[in-house]
Design a protein around this ligand. Structure first.
Ligand SMILES: [Zn+2]
Length: 253
């Protein structure tokens, strides 16, 4: 796992697994946003950070594992994330079990986020690095939040604006929610100097804007049935599969 300092008291960890990111805010009593993926990465995080608070940007399993490293930390999640976990916990836990089995890992139990402290966004919370503004961002999934640490201009966006993945549109959220969330992220980027995607290295404002424009044009193309090309990584088999899934998700509404 690679760790990059992006502000005086903010670090981003990047897993080799899908370049999944987690963001560490503060040294003592730290807040950790999202999570590493593998048991080794979780152990490394625990040895480095004393986390007391955890937040998940959304309820995809690869963002939910931090309680395995910090079982006594307070968990925070948006109301829609808690709802989704209440409804889909078995399926989400099944995806973790499948991934663990396919990587010959000892099976892990999906942490329970249903008793997390509920966040109702938009709202602002206090943190070791100052105020954090939280905005709802459905579209990739039905749930989803973006977090702006206003003192440092660091924006954590969950599974949007990834330099290593194309957009992934959920059928039950939909392209209109996705576009509205991109508009909201556009407004937030204006106040950020660093953008942390859920997958991929942190971006400066200009690069984040470029990706946002590519993704907006792609989603509009999907919505209007013009069969757009994937905005990047067109030779990548997994991104080709994601592109086909997006066509089905948007057409299926
Ligand atoms: Zn993800």
């Amino acid at each position: 796992m690679h760790l990059r300092r992006i502000a005086s008291e903010i670090w981003v960890g990047i897993s080799p697994v899908w370049q999944t990111t987690h963001t560490i805010c503060g040294s003592d009593h730290a807040l950790v946003i999202d999570s590493p993926v593998t048991p080794c990465e979780l152990a490394a995080l625990r040895s480095r950070v004393a986390a007391t608070d955890l937040i998940a940007t959304h309820a995809d399993w690869d963002h939910l594992l931090a309680p395995l490293a910090f079982p006594h930390a307070t968990r925070f999640a948006h109301a829609t994330t808690i709802q989704r976990l209440g409804r889909d916990h078995a399926a989400i836990a099944g995806e973790l079990a499948t991934w663990d089995a396919s990587h010959r890992l000892r099976p892990r139990i999906m942490p329970d986020w249903c008793d997390a402290q509920t966040i109702f966004a938009p709202t602002t919370i206090t943190s070791p690095v100052g105020p954090i503004e939280i905005s709802p961002t459905p579209g990739h999934t039905r749930d989803g939040i973006a977090l702006l640490a206003t003192d440092d201009g660091v924006l954590v966006v969950g599974d949007y604006l990834s330099p290593c993945e194309i957009p992934s549109v959920s059928a039950d959220a939909g392209w209109d929610d996705y576009l509205a969330s991109l508009d909201q992220l556009d407004r937030l980027i204006a106040r950020a100097r660093c953008v942390v995607p859920g997958h991929g290295w942190p971006l400066d404002r200009a690069r984040a804007r470029t990706i946002l424009t590519e993704d907006r044009n792609y989603i509009i193309g999907l919505a209007h049935g013009t069969r757009p090309h994937a905005p990047r990584h067109r030779a990548d088999v997994s991104q080709q599969a994601q592109h086909r899934a997006n066509l089905v998700a948007v057409r299926g509404r």
